[in-house]
Design a protein around this ligand. Structure first.
Ligand code: GDD
Ligand code: MN
Length: 382
């Protein structure tokens, strides 16, 4: 047989067709799921057979070495690929990363923790391929689904309330718009990507609400199991992320979500300021200047703490020294904001603008300054 290099491409092509070409990419967003990966890939192979699929692990730089584990698996199994993201977080944005990194005509997203049964992928793929549905959704709330094995009645309740709200607000009609297990043509996903909010965890809802023509959805009742190892990443932030996401979809283009949160924290800070001022003057009988100084530092500290907890929860400063220097730089940033505030308000007031309006414009400009400086220097990356 002729084994010159020229004859090899056609042999390679013959091998590719006999293996079956790539049809489905399964995106596994991961955060500390090292021990779940290998067994899950075995289960996927059990469900889909040897070829025609690939797994894309999109890992947000997990501390447990999930990325390295995915690379280790990939060395002996090229169906496994890995995208390791550094300095970025989020289930939705991880899914988006996956949509854009595959050549497979169909994509599925599922939990990496074995809560979703890969066997369902077979019917989900068949229904989307045949055109019966444009999106196949594994549902926890469809007839015949079960959550008994999940063992989380609290989350079950939260999910059903969130689903109801989501249906009302977006007009999307399906039993589980918050499901983390769904399948669709990758071209559809990529077409919608530029208009997705990409925030939080509700990527399916985001896709459905973004599409201009309603997508035809088919529900697949699933048995939502307990996670195999590790703990849920969504427990703590899920309610807040959900609300932030809804806000982002409705008003986010007018006032960005983060700035809205920053502003809300600032407004609460004014209340804290007043409370401290009152306490020091009335209860401790201190003079105004001292009380005002204490109240100013107190409210700045409160704002720093709440912004660290809420507004910048995805970049939260945790180590004691980082928190300390973050607090110092927050106070420095706010002082610059306060200077801009006073300068602008005074100028406007001098030119005849009513005191109240001049003060409001000053506060507005000061807040934008505080926001810009602190998101760059306190919670930013240098
Ligand atoms: N890359 C990345 N980045 N992956 C993440 C992140 C993140 O910030 N947060 C979570 N993940 C991964 C987890 O490692 C897991 O594979 C999957 O996303 C889902 O997270 P879980 O921690 O397993 O969430 P859950 O089981 O509590 O939440 C379930 O219900 C939600 C709706 O109520 C899941 O089914 C979710 O997919 C679903 O949206
Ligand atoms: Mn899970």
């Amino acid at each position: 047989m002729d084994m010159t290099p020229e004859s090899q491409p056609s042999m390679a092509m013959a091998a590719a067709t006999s293996l079956g070409s790539l049809e489905l990419a399964i995106i596994l967003p991961t955060l500390n799921e090292r021990d779940n990966l290998a067994p899950l890939i075995d289960r996927i192979e059990g469900a889909l057979g040897e070829s025609g699929w690939e797994v894309l692990v999109v890992d947000d730089n997990s501390a447990d070495g999930t990325s390295d584990e995915a690379r280790r698996l990939s060395l002996s199994d090229p169906r496994v690929r890995v995208i390791q993201r550094i300095g970025r977080r989020g289930l939705s944005s991880a899914a988006i990363e996956g949509f854009c990194a595959t050549a497979a005509p169909y994509v599925a997203v599922m939990d990496a923790d074995h809560q979703h049964d890969p066997k369902l992928l077979v019917d989900m793929l068949a229904s989307v391929k045949s055109g019966e549905a444009e999106v196949a959704v594994a549902s926890r709330f469809a007839d015949g689904a079960s959550m008994a094995e999940w063992g989380r009645p609290d989350r079950e309740k939260l999910s059903s309330v969130a689903n109801m709200l989501a249906r009302k607000l977006t007009g999307v009609e399906l039993s589980d718009p918050m499901s983390g297990f769904f399948l669709l043509p990758s071209a559809t996903a990529r077409m919608l990507v530029p208009n997705l909010s990409g925030i939080g965890f509700k990527i399916l809802l985001d896709l459905l609400a973004t599409s201009e023509t309603p997508l035809k959805v088919k529900d697949f009742p699933m048995n939502f199991s307990a996670r195999r190892s590790g703990e849920s990443k969504l427990d703590r932030a899920i309610a807040l992320d959900f609300l932030a996401g809804l806000y982002d979809k409705s008003f986010g283009r007018i006032i960005p979500t983060r700035f809205a949160l920053f502003g809300t924290v600032g407004a609460l800070g004014v209340l804290v300021h007043m409370a401290i001022l009152y306490a020091f003057m009335q209860l401790a009988s201190m003079n105004f200047s001292w009380s005002q100084a204490v109240a100013t530092f107190g409210s700045m500290t409160f704002n720093f703490w709440l912004n660290n907890f809420l507004t910048y929860r995805d970049r939260r400063l945790k180590d004691a020294d980082k928190v300390f220097w973050g607090w110092v730089s927050f106070i420095a940033a706010c002082s610059i904001g306060a200077f801009a505030n006073v300068a602008v308000a005074t100028t406007l007031n001098d030119r005849g603008l009513h005191t109240v309006f001049a003060a409001l414009v000053g506060i507005g400009i000061g807040s934008v300054w505080n926001y810009a400086l602190s998101s760059r220097f306190v919670w930013g990356r240098y």
